[in-house]
Design a protein around this ligand. Structure first.
Ligand code: FAD
Length: 306
């Protein structure tokens, strides 16, 4: 008889020492003491119940300043405790950052979004994290606080290092995330492919933000980002460049889609093969640009299409 290997994983939460300070200083004391930051807990608690750790957590939900968010025409600023549900219910947020609003709408379920924070999705750094490509095309910056008064801003692109790994050093807290709102003649969108309609992670995803010339057709600037097709969400610089200076046509869209598919670095796993993911990227790039075109019709005289 061969030897039997059994993997024992607790399916219950281990005993956790939970701290609930009401000030940032209090949070830092707990972090220094080895506690892991707990925001909505929708990633961290399932992890803890599978792996039996971390045993010390500091819940940041009692820290009032981390609950703020502001939306103006130039920039959106979202505190670490703002939930995805709060954001999606805010009309100004949906108007200022349509791609990010699309991406939040895809995360989990209504109950989950009312618990999960935007910044928790960023700090989890999953290659399939829905908000990451959308935040990348809106040029997000993560606000890192090393200790009270020691703050720095890092572009999201630099912040994401590897699956589950970010630039956060031990003892640091991500206190917020800020990103560009749409300016005149701009539009953005996000699309993903999943096997199920809800409560599933993206097999591949694409976000784009386009700036149009005053004619409403010619692309003056572009950003494209891809999710679930590399170790981190990635910016597809060459794909975006291929659109600039051209009107959106079947040909320009398919050139952009082909370059994006070449740029990505997918793996094969139980969800899809690398080749299938590349094909999905092509389809999703064209879908996203099509969606932007539809939404951007409002720029054109009398809202007419081409
Ligand atoms: C059923 C289910 C469905 C899901 N569906 C999706 C989906 O469709 N798309 C998707 O992208 N994700 C999905 N998720 C994953 C998860 O919900 C998101 O990643 C969520 O946004 C995490 O936010 P949170 O506030 O719950 O983070 P938490 O679980 O509290 O934290 C996540 C990680 O980030 C760290 N962290 C959190 N905030 C900070 C901070 N301010 N500073 C430093 N570190 C911090 C924590 O220590 C932890 O390591 C799903 C999860 C579940 C359980």
């Amino acid at each position: 008889m061969g030897s039997q290997v059994s993997i024992i994983r607790p399916s219950y939460l281990p005993e956790i020492e939970l701290f609930r300070p009401s000030s940032i200083d209090g949070v830092f004391e707990c972090i220094k003491d080895g506690a892991r930051v707990l925001a909505g807990g929708t990633d961290l608690l399932p992890w803890a119940s599978q792996h039996g750790q971390p045993r010390k957590m500091v819940w940041i939900g009692n820290v009032e300043p981390l609950h703020g968010f502001s939306v103006d025409d130039e920039r959106l600023q979202i505190g670490a405790c703002v939930t995805q549900g709060e954001l999606i219910r805010c009309a100004d947020f949906r108007r200022a950052a349509p791609a990010v609003a699309d991406s939040v709408q895809f995360v989990g379920s209504v109950q989950l979004r009312n618990q999960a924070t935007l910044l928790g999705n960023v700090c989890s750094a999953s290659p399939a994290g829905d908000t990451l490509p959308a935040l990348l095309v809106h040029e997000a910056q993560v606000e890192i606080t090393g200790a009270p008064g020691q703050e720095r801003q890092v572009s999201l692109d630099d912040f994401l290092l590897a699956p589950g790994k970010t630039m956060l050093a031990p003892g640091e807290l991500a206190s917020g995330v800020s990103f560009c709102g749409l300016r005149a003649n701009e539009m953005s969108a996000y699309r993903r492919h999943t096997e199920r309609r809800a409560l599933d992670l993206a097999v591949a995803s694409v976000a784009a933000r386009l700036v149009f010339e005053a004619d409403g057709y010619t692309v003056a600037g572009a950003r494209v980002a891809l999710g679930a097709v590399g170790p981190t969400a990635l910016v597809a610089i060459e794909a975006a460049k291929s659109l600039v200076g051209h009107p959106l046509t079947g040909e320009t869209k398919s050139i952009c889609a082909a370059i994006a598919a070449e740029t990505c670095k997918p793996i094969s796993d139980f969800r899809a093969s690398a080749d299938y993911r590349r094909q999905l990227v092509k389809v999703l790039v064209e879908d996203v640009i099509g969606e932007i075109e539809q939404r951007a019709r409002i720029f054109k005289p009398n809202g007419e299409g081409r």
